[in-house]
Design a protein. Structure first.
Length: 203
């Protein structure tokens, strides 16, 4: 059986932003993996409040749809709550025995991985591939100012969405550089994160 190198890119995607898209593009373009499967979390293990799963799944599909080699999976919806990376890894490998999974993680969370549920087993089944993030050095290298993915987070994006909802033109402009245009349109159409729904949008 021919093995395929696939990067598992999990996240809340609440909402997805350009950093997510560029992370997948980086992994593919540098040959770290042949394909990427992006997996929105169904229910956060730490109980964080998230936009509804169906809407985060829809936004993720819009964010990645233009990028060949990326699939957005709804697999965690069928795995129960809370969502655990180990269960996701096992389920993906059961469905796709030809996949050689690698867990895509940002260098900014390297210090947290030991806190994950059964991380040693995750590491055995899907050895991590570390993506360089701004403000966090790559393993074994000094921090660099180049070849880093942008410093942007969904938390920052949600704050800007709140400012946009309050009428801030500056926030609207900044969001255009941080969030894929299709995702911004989806947020407006569905009235997510406090942003007023566009007139005539389906609810």
């Amino acid at each position: 059986m021919q093995r395929i190198s696939v990067g598992l890119f999990g996240g809340s995607f609440n909402p997805p932003h350009v950093g997510h898209v560029l992370s997948a593009a980086y992994a593919l373009s540098t040959g770290l993996v042949e394909r990427v499967v992006a997996v929105p979390v169904y229910a956060h293990a730490l109980g964080k409040s998230l936009a509804p799963f169906a809407e985060r799944l829809g936004m993720a599909r819009l964010a990645f749809e233009w990028l060949p080699g990326v699939e957005v999976s709804d697999i965690e919806q069928s795995l129960g709550s809370p969502s655990r990376t180990l269960e996701t890894v096992r389920a993906l490998l059961a469905r796709h025995p030809e996949w050689q999974l690698r867990l895509l993680v940002g260098s900014d969370i390297l210090g947290e991985l030991h806190q994950w549920h059964a991380f040693r087993e995750i590491e055995r089944l899907a050895p991590p591939l570390v993506l360089p993030r701004a403000g966090a050095p790559e393993p074994g290298r000094a921090e660099r100012s180049t070849r880093l993915l942008p410093e942007v987070s969904s938390t920052e994006v949600r704050a800007l969405l709140g400012e946009w909802a309050s009428g801030s033109a500056g926030a609207a402009t900044e969001l255009q550089s941080l969030v894929p245009s299709a995702v911004l349109s989806f947020i407006r159409q569905h009235g997510l994160y406090g942003v007023p729904a566009a007139p005539g949008a389906a609810q």
